[in-house]
Design a protein around this ligand. Structure first.
Ligand code: ARG
Length: 459
């Protein structure tokens, strides 16, 4: 049933109808649409705008529709324009006249604004639950790998020794911030637009605070025009999801590198790898590659919505219907990516010996050797030059700093004595880095304690 046929004499062109209808995707909102309608009807009854009998009939009717849709005994009729028309049509078919009263004091503009907020609020809590799962896996791995030495990189060149716990701790921080951002987004959007009407409120004495409370909002929105035309919260959500994906993509990129034959730092489990149809030796990190690739879709959703919104005059315009498909897709993509990455991370084997070997082979202790010279009275800039010459010598001899004899050290500079070996020992290099946030045991304990506290107290 069309909700707006009265002033029309001609029919909608079939292609125009197919182009404009949103039922194909907004049917995903059915639960929120019905819950919103139940709250609206309850309020219409409580304020005396509708009689008790009509209100009861509407609420019972809506509950029945929801139950039937959940049970699969009622399916969405895709010849309707949108989910709002579908629910109202079925309601009127089932209960007759009172069904036609549901839309009193309401417009599809505030209705759809409400549905999207209820939907995104529920999805944010699912995404945050997935993030919490990832944070927990990271925390467990951090505890397990406090002494697992690995090379830290800059410019993708080995730089200084760190630990796996420290490296994973960096990701813990990124995902913790993502979690906080999503919580903020939810707090800011948690106001009810219901009662804003088409754009200018309504002449019925609606109790907007009542519907807001019934639906778990922190209050009703302040301005009716803003309420029906605001999609800031979606843009905020899509920005937050873009950051989640950016972080997952960087992590995926590292997993792909670490899983390669050249690094061999990790082995991704068979459950999250695939083979090649031609090359029998291959085991590919497809899940990580897909997550890296799907990041583009989520960024795309953000750019789409920024562009959709940028030229729309107040208040509601149909352009805004474009918010749904991209948002639904971005939410599904981010949620799946988080869940898959977490499982992959939890089942990956970390090769400590390879990481250690790689750390020793790349002069990651060169800074510590220079620091030793500084402690023995050499100005840092001179120390840098001396160690640089030592590294050059090592490369010619194919040796590491630890493998040089004291004679070889002294040939470069007589200031060296045997305590240099202690200074460049990899464990010592890590454990002397005691500044807050550094990889040493004590500094890492603090990071782990903070991470534990966050998981326990995150609201
Ligand atoms: N399908 C529409 C949307 O998603 C619902 C709102 C329709 N409002 C209107 N005035 N045509 O935005």
């Amino acid at each position: 049933m069309k909700l707006w046929g009265g002033r029309f004499e001609g029919d909608t062109d079939a292609m125009a109808k197919a182009f404009g209808d949103s039922i194909f995707f907004d049917k995903a909102l059915y639960r929120y649409d019905i819950e919103g309608s139940i709250a609206h009807a309850t309020m219409l009854g409580a304020t005396g705008i509708l009689s008790e009998a009509d209100t009861d009939a509407i609420v019972q009717g809506l509950r029945g529709i929801l139950a039937d849709l959940e049970a699969g005994t009622l399916t969405v009729d895709e010849s309707c324009e949108d989910i709002h028309s579908f629910v109202e049509t079925v309601l009127t078919e089932r209960i007759g006249n009172p069904g036609k009263m549901l839309h009193t004091g309401r417009s599809r503009n505030d209705q759809v604004a409400l549905d999207m907020r209820l939907y995104t609020r529920a999805e944010i809590s699912e995404i945050r639950a997935a993030l919490a799962g990832l944070l927990e896996v990271l925390l467990n791995l951090m505890k397990e790998h406090k002494a697992t030495i690995m090379p830290g990189f800059t410019h993708l060149q080995k730089a200084q020794p760190v630990t796996l716990a420290h490296h994973l701790g960096a990701y813990f921080e990124m995902f913790r911030r993502d979690d906080e951002r999503l919580r903020d987004c939810c707090r800011r959007m948690n106001y009810s637009p219901l009662g804003a009407g088409a754009l200018a409120g309504t002449t019925y004495p609606l109790d907007r605070e009542m519907t807001a409370e019934l639906l778990g909002f922190d209050g009703a929105t302040e301005n009716s025009m803003d309420s029906v035309s605001d999609r800031d919260y979606l843009l905020e959500l899509l920005s937050d999801l873009s950051l989640v994906m950016m972080h997952l993509s960087r992590f995926s990129e590292e997993f792909i590198l670490w899983n390669s034959n050249e690094y061999r730092f990790i082995t991704i489990s068979d459950a999250y790898s695939t083979g090649s149809s031609i090359m029998p030796q291959k085991k590919n990190p497809d899940m990580a590659e897909l997550i890296r690739g799907k990041t583009g879709r989520v960024y795309g959703a953000l750019m789409s919505m920024l562009t959709v919104m940028k030229g729309i005059p107040l208040a509601y315009d149909k352009d805004m219907q474009e918010d749904k498909e991209v948002t639904f897709d971005a939410i599904r993509t981010a949620k799946m990516s988080l869940l898959i990455f977490t499982r992959m991370l939890a089942t990956t084997t970390f090769h400590k010996d390879r990481m250690y070997q790689s750390t020793g082979g790349g002069f990651t202790n060169a800074t510590d050797a220079a620091d030793w010279l500084v402690a023995h009275g050499v100005p840092f800039r001179d120390a840098h030059g001396i160690i640089g010459r030592l590294v050059l010598y090592c490369q010619e001899q194919d040796k590491s700093l630890n493998a040089l004899t004291l004679e070889e050290y002294r040939a470069i500079d007589p200031v060296f004595d045997e305590t240099i070996y202690d200074a460049i020992d990899l464990e010592n290099c890590v454990n002397r880095r005691l500044t807050k946030g550094a990889p040493s045991g004590p500094a890492m304990e603090q990071q782990i304690a903070a991470a534990e506290r966050y998981i326990k107290e995150r609201g």
